[in-house]
Design a protein around this ligand. Structure first.
Ligand code: 13P
Ligand code: SF4
Length: 370
């Protein structure tokens, strides 16, 4: 009897206090302890847009391309805890080994841009566009999409791209055919194609909400690039007036933006690139350099804190927050960790084998190009 009592008293058998009843401080303490206990069994990946209290637990941080590469390189960990959004976790699942499980701590962490194109819409668009022209069209999807869309480009001999390798991937795609179909982000597509020397008048926008995408067969025949009508609601928050305001107020300030921003914003800025490009540019700048940054507010605020020798502010006076990235909280990380420790993992993201086959082909194509 005493033995049982002693056993019950031991820390390992103390009943778990539900996460919902823990204070934020207790969550951090518990999370620190459980991360230590599970050690290398779990690797935590954190996208740059995550909040500081989540980044504090990340073993690896990065942009989409870096995190995809890291997910592919992790060999020993049983679990990859992905602190980012759903499409990133799906990508990690496809690139990781069959002995590994990918966990998304909050299943509601989606991406509004990824929701702007689905497989049925893409199939309809592809049928119409390919019937309009005899020229070869190469499809490229931004990594911000579901695995089903990645699978589509794999089936059609296309590729995936991220914001940091879009130039290389689009250059490759244009060498494989006469036309490019780029989805779901029209802005990344337009900004990158323009940088590569393609004129705006050679690009058309296909809007899936309209009959035949709102484009005529003649427009398709004439165009080099067909852009999907998709965008990021967060980066849509930056506009030309913000650029003009800073140019007026502080002409020396470096304006640096993400290529998901509109054409006018990217053209008006000094620099544009992926989240890691933004991080590295600010990190490597001369102390005292002043930046106005056009990207998600958690990253901008972290950069301002991390590099006090610089002057880092948001390009917009309003908070451009990715509310879905924001859903990942230490509390849900703890819940996922506890489930792993119990041997009953939750929030496991898996892509079915049929989808995975061609999606992986497209992912491998991207990794080979970049
Ligand atoms: P990066 O690949 O630049 O990190 O971008 C991901 C993203 O979703 C930006 O909105
Ligand atoms: Fe998606 Fe935009 Fe959030 Fe990036 S910032 S995850 S594109 S909604």
């Amino acid at each position: 009897m005493l033995e049982i009592y002693e056993d019950l008293k031991s820390k390992d058998h103390m009943p778990e206090i539900p996460e919902s009843e823990l204070s934020d401080e207790q969550v951090m303490v518990e999370l620190t302890a459980i991360k230590k206990r599970l050690g290398n069994r779990v690797v935590v990946l954190g996208h740059h847009y995550q909040q500081d209290d989540v980044i504090a637990f990340a073993d690896i941080t990065g942009d989409s391309l870096e995190l995809a590469r890291k997910a592919a390189a992790i060999k020993d960990a049983e679990y990859i805890m992905f602190c980012g959004v759903h499409f990133m976790a799906e990508t990690a699942d496809m690139l990781s080994g069959p002995h590994q499980k990918v966990i998304l701590p909050d299943l509601r962490a989606g991406c509004s841009m990824a929701d702007m194109a689905n497989r049925r819409e893409i199939d309809v668009a592809w049928k119409y566009i390919t019937e309009c022209t005899s020229e070869k069209i190469v499809p490229v999807t931004y990594i911000n999409c579901t695995a089903a869309l990645k699978s589509f480009v794999g089936e059609q001999g296309g590729s995936i791209c991220t914001s940091s390798n879009a130039e290389k991937v689009i250059t490759w795609a244009m060498s494989q055919g006469e036309k490019l179909l780029f989805f779901p982000d029209q802005h990344l597509g337009r900004n990158t194609c323009f940088k590569l020397g393609i004129k705006l008048e050679d690009m058309v926008v296909y809007d899936p909400r309209r009959q035949h995408g709102g484009v005529t067969p003649e427009q398709i025949q004439k165009a080099k690039v067909i852009l999907w009508y998709g965008f990021c609601s967060v980066h849509q928050g930056f506009n030309k007036s913000h650029i003009e305001l800073w140019r007026q107020k502080d002409p020396e300030r470096v304006l640096i933006v993400h290529p998901e921003c509109s054409f006018e914003v990217v053209q008006g800025a000094d620099l544009a690139g992926s989240t890691s490009f933004i991080v590295n540019t600010i990190r490597d700048a001369k102390p005292g350099t002043r930046f106005a940054v056009g990207t998600e507010i958690n990253l901008v605020n972290r950069l301002a804190r991390q590099f006090p020798e610089m002057d880092v502010v948001s390009l917009s006076p309003y908070q451009c927050l990715c509310t879905t990235m924001y859903r990942i909280r230490p509390r849900w990380l703890l819940e996922s960790y506890r489930a792993i420790e119990r041997g009953e993992p939750i929030n496991v993201i898996t892509v079915d084998d049929v989808t995975k086959k061609f999606a992986l082909k497209a992912l491998d194509q991207m990794l080979a190009i970049s």
